[in-house]
Design a protein. Structure first.
Length: 270
């Protein structure tokens, strides 16, 4: 699923940037974080569906989800969530102590994010803070701690990226959201969405440049950042916020954005 990729890719960026000059990223760590992304994305979905089961019944796109449809009970979903988090903990315990504490700190964001759409028009910002934790964790898993001059700009770039793709995603549901009283950046920005997305994209690109400068990245990296900028520009320019199928297509294409940047990081390191 697209969401699993979008959770995993910031981890790969961080692991790639933390590799020694001239070396490939640590494939064991990339694999470990891949498993972790599948488990934590799944856990996030379970938590989201538990919080939102009453809302989901009222939205055509989500009415068939197992909790909303009544196919499983809340207790069964809680047991399933316990299994997901237990396996994710096993992955986390394979890391160093610094990373274990850092990774555990993200759990509060994972649990509270689904509530944000009830109280703020900026739940996408909280999702960004949650989904890009791997930009911090990947580096610390390799190096034993965070190099903040690299990790913070990378994290901020990821948060800006999430604001782009999840605002696009939210435009799919805006009619239903208005009816049931759920908030989103799509409803906040309305017809000004493209201007906001352009601003977030620019902030992302500048932050990526800053992260690259602070860890002595080379030409292929900046070429990839330029390619990411071109991809985002095309997304925003051709986006039709009133066509749910186009919003989904643009949202899902962000996997390409993340992969482009990862390739640039690897080649830049080499």
């Amino acid at each position: 699923p697209a969401g699993t990729w979008l959770l995993y890719l910031p981890c790969t960026w961080s692991i790639g940037l933390a590799a020694a000059p001239g070396c490939l990223p640590d494939w064991r760590m990339l694999s470990l974080f891949g498993v972790g992304a599948v488990l934590m994305r799944g856990a996030g979905c379970t938590i989201n569906d538990m919080w939102d089961r009453d809302y989901d019944r009222q939205v055509a796109r989500t009415a068939s989800r197992p909790l909303a449809a009544g196919d499983i009970s809340t207790f069964q979903s809680l047991v399933f969530l316990g299994g997901q988090l237990s396996l994710a903990l096993c992955v986390l315990l394979c890391l160093n102590y610094y990373s274990i504490i850092l990774g555990a700190a993200s759990l509060s964001l994972v649990i509270t994010y689904p509530l944000m759409k009830r109280i703020t028009y900026w739940p996408q910002l909280v999702l960004g803070l949650t989904f890009n934790w791997g930009a911090l964790l990947g580096w610390s898993a390799i190096k034993g701690s965070c190099e903040w001059s690299v990790c913070l700009p990378l994290y901020f770039a990821g948060v800006m990226w999430t604001l782009v793709y999840d605002t696009i995603y939210a435009h799919q549901d805006k009619k239903d959201d208005i009816m049931i009283g759920v908030k989103s950046t799509a409803l906040q920005f309305k017809e000004d969405t493209k201007q906001w997305l352009s601003g977030f994209s620019l902030a992302m690109l500048l932050s990526l440049c800053m992260a690259g400068l602070n860890c002595n990245q080379t030409f292929p990296y900046y070429s990839a950042v330029a390619a990411v900028g071109a991809h985002l520009s095309h997304q925003i320019y051709t986006l039709d916020i009133d066509k749910p199928e186009d919003c989904w297509k643009k949202f899902a294409s962000n996997r390409t954005v993340g992969i482009l940047l990862f390739i640039g990081i690897v080649l830049g390191n080499l």
